[in-house]
Design a protein around this ligand. Sequence first.
Ligand code: DGL
Length: 271
Amino acid sequence: MNSSNGPIGLFDSGVGGLTVARAIARRLPKEDILYFGDTAHLPYGEKSPDSIRKFSLEIANHLIKKGAKIIVIACNSASAIAYEFLSENLDVPVFNVIDPIIQELEKYKSQNIGIWGTRATINSNVYQKKLKKSLPNAKVRSTATPLLVPLIEENQLNGNITESLIKYYLDKSEVNDVHHLVLACTHYPLIASQISKQLKSRVKLLRTPSIVAEHLEIELKKMQLLKKDNSSINHHFTVSDITPTFKKIGKIFFGAGITFEEENIWESNSI
Ligand code: DGL
């Protein structure tokens, strides 16, 4: 087990998980963050469960070797597919971005829930499985909305194309009368206000990053794992394949000051 003064290890399939990293940095400003974005292998939303589990374990082990005191799976697809596997195979606490949302839905006793996510997340039925016990009568309508990911990565956060695609998915998923719509993908918070505009006002959008950051603060306090020393704050961002596009998107997702390093943690013959 690494020291409580070690960084929070966070990973995602790419730079989308920076929405979660940013929420954690705001909520826990004294904590160090070690981020790994697997840009060489994205999108995880279109990968097989075996590949997602394999990549996730290798990345998590890498972060732990570098001193991470906990692992946060910032990616919804990896949270849906690899969380149990990582929890069983790692000796630091592992957090996912789904359980905090489940707790939020339980708090509201939500009976009519919409889920938007990648194919991997939606095909896993993870929300239905987790809600079965606590909200057995809840109606859960989940829809894969993968086209939103490349659109957001193209910085199309407003405008006609985004509006039309949101309308298309709203019609397809029939979520205009749900109580809660879960934005179960790292990228979607960036277009939350565009989605809200087209939804009936009583539909509450659940934005994963802020809910996860709040949950993490509570859990780290309980586990006495909040950073104790007052050393300077260190945020370190690495990706497995660096390109000008990822650098640009990183700024949209986290903020202007972000810089990336490239790190290939795989043997050259295993990619
Ligand atoms: N980070 C992924 C997620 O939250 C979205 C992008 C991808 O498919 O890799 O599910």
